[in-house]
Every structure is written in C-alpha cells, then in structure tokens.
Design a protein around this ligand. Structure first.
Ligand SMILES: NC(=O)C1=CN([C@@H]2O[C@H](COP(=O)(O)OP(=O)(O)OC[C@H]3O[C@@H](n4cnc5c(N)ncnc54)[C@H](O)[C@@H]3O)[C@@H](O)[C@H]2O)[C@@H](O)CC1
Length: 540
C-alpha cells in the first residue's frame, strides 16, 4: 500500500531525523537519489552524457540545496551542468560543492523585472535536455511569488509550445504545488518524475495536482509517521483482500448481485453491469428489468438469471430510462429495501439522481457506509447542488469538482453517510471517518461508453462476496472494509483496462495515468477482469 502524508507531517518527522544524523547527510542522500534517477531516465531515453545539458533551477531553501548537490554529482559523471540561482541566499555548502564539481553557476540579477528573469530562465531552459526543479519544496508558503511565478509560467509555455523532449525532474514536490488536497490554485512546474523525500506527499495522489508529479520515486529517510489519511492499494493489497471461494462454497454462498439497470433504450449499460459483476468472481448475477432489456442482456451474457431473488448486493442505476416511471419507482423501492436491510447497495448513474427520493423513505433519512455512490464529476456536482453545497452560489459545477475532487468527495461522504467512489483518471474513495483511497493506473482510453457500468458491476460483485462472508460469520461490513473493497474494485477495473489496452501490469501500481496503449471498448475491459483478479491474487 502506498501511504501519503501532508507536508507538515513529513517536515516534522524529517526535522527529528535530520537532528539525529550528521549535518547535511540526509540532503546528500536525497541529492544522490535525484542524480541517480536523472541518469536512469536519461539512459532509458538513450541520451548521451556529454551532449545532455542539465539545468538546475535553484531556490533559496534546502530544496535548492538538494538541487545543487545533485548537480555536483551529475557534473562529476560528465554531464554539462548549469545552476541558475534564483535566490540571493542559496544553500552555502551545497553551492560550494557544486562549484568544486565545476557546475557552471549563474546568479540571476534579482533586481531585474520578473519578466526579464523569466526570459533568461526560458533561454537557459531551451538549451537544456534536463530541468531539475529545486525552486521550492515542502517549505513553500502559498502561491509562488515573483519572480518564480513568471519563471514557471514561462517554462511551462516553452514546454508546451515546443513539444520539447526535455526531461523534467522535480525535487520532493513540483514547485508551486502548495496545498495538500490536490488543488492547483497557482502557477506550478509539472514534472516527468518527482524524487520525493521521506514520505509521499498527499498531493501526489490527489487530482489534479497528482497529474503534475509524473512518476514518483520515494527516498526512504527512515521517517516515522503514523497518521496517514490517504493511501493507494496495490496489487498485493487487492490480492489479499479479494474473496476467494473455498472447497465448500457454491453459487449462493459466494454472493449474489442483483442488477436493476439498462432498458430497451440503453441495453449496453445493463449488459456491462451484468458482465462486470459476472466476471468478478460472484456466485450469481440476477437481472431485474423489462423483458426486452432482459432478452438483450441475457443473449449477451447467458450466465445471468432473470428475475429478483435473494442477493447480497444490489446495483441500481445505469441506463434506466428516466421517462419510464414504473421502472424509476422500482429502482427507488429496491434501493430503499436494500438500504433498510443493511446489505451493500451501489447507486450508480441515474440512481444518483434518485438520492432524495431514496433517503426520504429510509428510516433515519440517511444512507450508511454500506451504500456506495459512484458519481463522475458531473454527477457529483449535481448531487452536491441538490444537497445545498456551494451555498448562495447556486450549487456546485463540474469544473469545481474537477478542481478539488478530494474535498468534494469527502463532503459527499460526510453529508450522505455513504461510501463515495468519485470517478476520474484518478478515482477517489471517500467514506465518513476513514482514510481516503486514491486508485490510478488506467489508460486514458478507459473513459468509454459502458466502462463505468463495468466498474459498477465489479464493485457490486466484490461487495456481494464480502457480504456473503459477513452473513455467514455474523458480522457487518465496517467502514474500512467497505472502502477497501470498493478501492479494490477500482484497482481491478483499472488493471483490466490496462490489459485490454495491451499495457503491462506491475505489482506496484503504475503512477497516476498513462495515455499509451491501444483504444478499448467496455467489453474488452469486462473480458480482462478475471485476468486482473488472478494477477492480484498471485501478488498477495
Ligand atoms: N533538511 C534536510 O536535511 C532535508 C531537506 N530536504 C529538502 O528540503 C526541502 C525543504 O526545505 P526548506 O524548509 O528549506 O524549504 P524549501 O526549500 O522548500 O523552501 C524555502 C524557500 O522557498 C521560498 N518560498 C517559500 N514559499 C514561497 C513562495 N510561495 N513563493 C516563492 N518562494 C517561496 C523561501 O523564501 C525559501 O527560499 C524539502 O522539500 C526537501 O527538498 C531533503 O533534502 C531531505 C533532507
């Protein structure tokens, strides 16, 4: 499991360890890892040592010190290195080490305008094959001030307009990312790889900031940190969690999913829900819907059983025709029944809009953590607005959710009492009083019609299997069991999409996102679900 921490938590733990070590030794270790990572990435790109100019962007704190030491190591390896000092107080010892290693040092005239400084930085950056960002690390205090704000804006412009092949290495945290909740309110410098010190920073797991870190390399400084509030499951975690049938299990003891989804107008959604659930290890999938939809669905997935019956998880919502009043009533009634009886309930797509009707009929008027809401940003914005979030501004927009999904996801969980799976290239799982989980790794191709329905099916399937065990052993699924199970479904979905896209699986989840691989359709993803589960089980 990857754990992530707020900057202040890491700084506190770091200060303790720094005090116990010889002065400068941790900084040199950190810089060594920056240097090694840079070389590794350059070798992978086939870059030649003498021809690869390295530019270090050096700020006035220890982050800049890391950068100067890293440049000194790289210079000793033969790389032509330039340190651009963007502070009049660079780390003294690190600067001396860089000078000794014959790093070219350029002191920026800080009396000139931010624009001139940014232009100078841009000229130096254009001539370099690597940018090492040591402007600001965890000591950042609010939005980047000038001239750094204009420097990073200019470098981003250069990077985007020239489609440069430059390698961008960030030290600890990409400069300009200052909030812990994944928001990006000011200018920042994106990275291809971030070498992070002592502990993952929470913004590296939370979108949209997470997309700016590139790959993340963690330098172990032996820090002791307990209070993590954010984590990401990896293959071994999912494998350890995924329910596996025993010798005496049969289709009823393994868990049954009941699906209320799809319609004659949208048969694909029903098929994808049923197929996602059916391929994720559940004992049986029941389909409840109009005859023509049932016919379409069963002809694609004949293993499903038509008609309602006992089940351990109810999945409601995708592809229900909102004009079909009796079907909408059925969706509400079934949801109310499931929520009242305490079995897991997955409310997806159209069912999310039915939230007010559903809770108005539930004793206590609130969902429990055993109900799962699975909105994308647009659906989340609608539900948040219904719940009165956004105050007098007339609700919450999709763009606002996308700018701050962690905060809004948590708000939804706290307000509804449910476990919330907020979908995106990084999917967040929030629940009341639990560690937030952030799952990633699916290729960008994954956002395709029916893909979310497959995820809803997998989610319902894993919950039905856990619920079946809980019923047999006489316990109730806890908040943490629910959020871990939902996160494991998100992992399986992402990895099935990777397999469908022709991308390799890795025991440690690939960082955030990738736009490589081949296009996929939802059916391809559903077909790869068993392989993704098998992979997780092998890693456990
Ligand atoms: N102390 C140590 O031995 C270690 C420190 N480490 C490094 O030290 C970093 C933390 O160092 P510091 O505490 O010196 O802080 P930073 O180097 O992150 O930042 C401090 C500098 O940034 C400037 N600054 C802060 N907010 C700004 C803003 N909004 N706009 C523009 N400039 C701003 C400050 O004026 C100061 O010059 C970590 O991120 C990590 O890279 C690591 O090397 C691990 C070991």
């Amino acid at each position: 499991m990857i754990e992530a921490f707020e900057k202040q938590t890491v700084r506190k733990a770091e200060a303790k360890v720094v005090a116990e070590h010889p002065q400068g030794s941790l900084m040199k270790k950190a810089a060594g890892e920056v240097s090694d990572t840079t070389v590794e990435f350059l070798l992978a790109r086939g870059a030649k040592v003498a021809e690869t100019r390295i530019l270090g962007l050096v700020g006035g704190g220890d982050n800049g010190g890391d950068c100067l030491y890293a440049l000194s190591y790289l210079a000793k390896l033969g790389y032509p290195c330039l340190a651009l000092l963007l502070s009049d107080k660079p780390h003294k010892k690190a600067l001396a080490a860089a000078e000794k290693a014959e790093v070219t040092i350029e002191r920026v005239d800080l009396a000139s305008s931010a624009r001139q400084i940014a232009r100078l930085a841009s000229r130096r950056a254009r001539a370099a094959g690597v940018w090492i960002d040591g402007l600001v690390g965890t000591g950042v205090n609010g939005k980047l001030r000038e001239p750094l704000a204009q420097v990073v804006t200019e470098l981003n412009r250069l990077y985007e307009s020239r489609n440069l092949k430059v390698l961008r290495v960030a030290i600890d945290i990409p400069s300009g990312i200052f909030s812990d909740d994944g928001r990006l309110p000011g200018p920042f410098l994106g990275a291809d790889v971030t070498v992070t010190m002592g502990g993952r920073k929470s913004s590296s797991l939370l979108p949209p900031a997470a997309y700016q870190f590139g790959q993340v390399r963690l330098v172990d400084l032996g820090l002791q940190m307990k209070e993590e509030r954010l984590a990401r499951l990896q293959a071994a975690d999912v494998g350890a969690l995924w329910p596996v049938p025993g010798a005496e299990d049969h289709k009823y003891t393994r868990g049954v999913v009941q699906v209320v989804a799809g319609s004659a107008a949208f048969p694909l959604t029903g098929v994808m829900c049923v197929e996602g659930a059916g391929r994720a290890g559940v004992g049986m999938v029941r389909y409840v819907g109009p005859e023509d939809a049932a016919f379409a669905i069963l002809s694609r997935f004949p293993e499903a059983v038509s008609g309602a019956g006992k089940h351990q998880c109810l999945l409601v919502g995708p592809g229900i025709d909102p004009k079909d009043n009796s079907r909408m009533r059925e969706a509400v009634n079934q949801s109310v029944q499931a929520a009242s009886s305490g079995i897991p309930l997955v409310l997806d797509a159209g069912a999310i809009d039915l939230y007010p009707q559903i809770i108005s009929q539930i004793p206590g008027g609130t969902l429990s953590h055993r109900a799962v809401l699975t909105p994308h940003a647009g659906e989340a914005a609608r539900l948040l607005s219904t719940l009165g979030a956004g105050g007098g501004r007339g609700g919450v927009t999709r763009a606002e959710v996308e700018a701050s999904p962690a905060a809004w996801g948590q708000y939804l969980a706290d307000k509804t009492g449910a476990t919330v799976l907020l979908k995106g290239a990084v999917t967040l799982i929030a629940s009341p009083e639990e560690t937030m989980l952030s799952q990633a790794g699916a290729p960008f191709w994954t956002g395709t019609a029916g893909s979310g329905d497959v995820l809803a099916g997998i989610t319902a399937a894993v919950l039905a299997q856990h619920q079946a065990r809980a019923e047999q052993s006489g316990y109730q699924l806890s908040t943490s069991q629910m959020s871990a199970a939902v996160a494991s479904a998100a992992w399986v979905h992402a990895m099935a999409a990777r397999k469908a896209s022709g991308l390799p699986l890795a025991s440690s989840a690939p960082e955030s996102v990738s736009n490589l691989g081949a296009p996929v359709v939802a059916t391809d993803i559903a077909r790869q679900v068993p392989g993704a589960i098998a992979y997780a089980l092998q890693q456990a």
